[in-house]
Write a protein that binds this ligand. Structure first.
Ligand SMILES: Cc1cc2nc3c(=O)[nH]c(=O)nc-3n(C[C@H](O)[C@H](O)[C@H](O)COP(=O)(O)OP(=O)(O)OC[C@H]3O[C@@H](n4cnc5c(N)ncnc54)[C@H](O)[C@@H]3O)c2cc1C
Length: 354
């Protein structure tokens, strides 16, 4: 069904998680593992709660059953060389609810030996959900993952190592069934009224995945693929994202479309480390882009409403922190660590690093 028709049919009050109340959810699952029963029935009374929001949390996995997701489509996103091979994978979850900023777990097939030499199932890997709660098809039946294929030389032997789960996912085909867990995570939850907030997101590489769920939610979830709520005058979604080069930028066309449709409420800064130079003539990283907007960034940090989100590698976040401290000293003698502690306390500073 066309997205437009789907939205018209659903209406805003008939959406999957908007209408999620204390109810029992039945999800059909076909068996790919003997530990998974079908159909599985999940009691949604134990919802997560944080910052005044209620959301589904850890409905599947751990001591509970996993669920089975079915690959609907897989598309390669940018990155000509294999090292930056990223896949956009749409998965039919049967309607497992989630909210923007959460992750799903995927359990790759096979077993491994644990530290006691006992054969155990492979452990679950987490992947940020890159679609809004309604999925890219708008019917709340799918989620989208954005997965980079992990390939690296073993530091000891120099042999090429292929990450198990990322390669499994990047090689999957439509119709393949995945053992999944979740939804997990409360660190990056999008504020429940982003149309009335100033939201600043900083990412590198596939750290952009949860922020795609944000911009899908903010700009595309309404009828005709438009914003589903009116924006307040100063509402803003500002994405600062770092990639190696133009070819490896993820979701560039979609970001451009969102920017063109919402110039008053969206800002985009992309740093390309192999193509652009910072003020010192070195590679331009996302923290350099923050530095170029230092005054504005610090003003937002000192404001009483802006909300900050960071997602990417740990070293990206430490470089950003270092840069913010430098900026604080350069600009106003601001005590940036104290300010961040305050922002964290008021739930306006969210970090997820891997
Ligand atoms: C909350 C959360 C969200 C995540 N979201 C995403 C996402 O949206 N997209 C995504 O692609 N990934 C995401 N990840 C990472 C993902 O969970 C996996 O860790 C990743 O795909 C690697 O799993 P794998 O099974 O392929 O590799 P494994 O077989 O588990 O191998 C990975 C191991 O290799 C090591 N390693 C990796 N690269 C190198 C290197 N260059 N040199 C030396 N050692 C190395 C790692 O330290 C690790 O021990 C997320 C992680 C977390 C915690």
């Amino acid at each position: 069904m066309q997205l437009q028709a789907m939205h018209a049919r659903l209406g805003s009050c008939n959406r999957p998680f908007d209408r999620l109340t204390r109810q029992r959810l039945v999800v059909r699952s076909s068996a790919v593992s003997t530990s998974i029963k079908q159909p599985c029935s999940v009691n949604l009374e134990n919802l997560g709660r944080a910052e005044g929001q209620t959301f589904p949390l850890n409905l599947y996995g751990g001591k509970k059953q996993s669920f089975v997701g079915k690959v609907v489509s897989i598309e390669r996103l940018g990155g000509r060389d294999k090292e930056r091979d990223v896949s956009h994978i749409v998965i039919d979850t049967g309607g497992v609810p989630f909210v923007e900023g959460q992750s799903f777990g995927v359990q790759p097939p096979g077993t491994k030996l644990n530290s006691r030499g006992v054969e155990v199932p492979q452990h679950v890997r987490l992947y940020s959900i890159a679609s809004s709660r309604y999925g890219d098809s708008g019917d709340g039946k799918t989620c989208t993952l954005c997965v980079v294929r992990v390939i690296y030389p073993d530091p000891a032997t120099g042999e090429t190592v292929h990450g198990l789960c990322s390669n499994y996912l990047c090689d999957c085909k439509p119709g393949d069934e995945l053992v999944m867990t979740g939804p997990a995570g409360t660190a990056l939850l999008l504020n429940d009224n982003p149309w009335n907030k100033r939201i600043v997101c900083v990412s590198t590489g596939t750290g952009i995945a949860p922020f795609r769920s944000f911009w899908r939610r903010i700009f595309f979830d309404g009828i005709n693929g438009q914003a589903s709520q009116p924006f307040s005058d100063n509402a803003m979604f500002w994405l600062l994202s770092g990639f190696a080069n133009t070819d490896s930028v993820l979701y560039g066309d979609e970001l451009k479309a969102a920017l063109e449709a919402n110039p008053k409420h969206m800002r985009l800064d992309i740093a390309l480390s192999l193509e652009q130079q910072n003020a010192q003539g070195g590679p331009e990283y996302v923290q350099d882009r923050i530095h170029e907007h230092a005054q504005e960034f610090l003003d937002l940090m000192a404001s009483d409403d802006a909300i900050f989100y960071f997602c990417g590698l740990k070293r990206m976040y430490s470089s950003v922190l270092e840069m913010l401290e430098t900026m604080g000293r350069e600009h106003r003698g601001m005590d940036v660590p104290a300010l961040i502690a305050q922002l964290k306390k008021s739930h306006r500073w969210h970090v997820e690093t891997a």
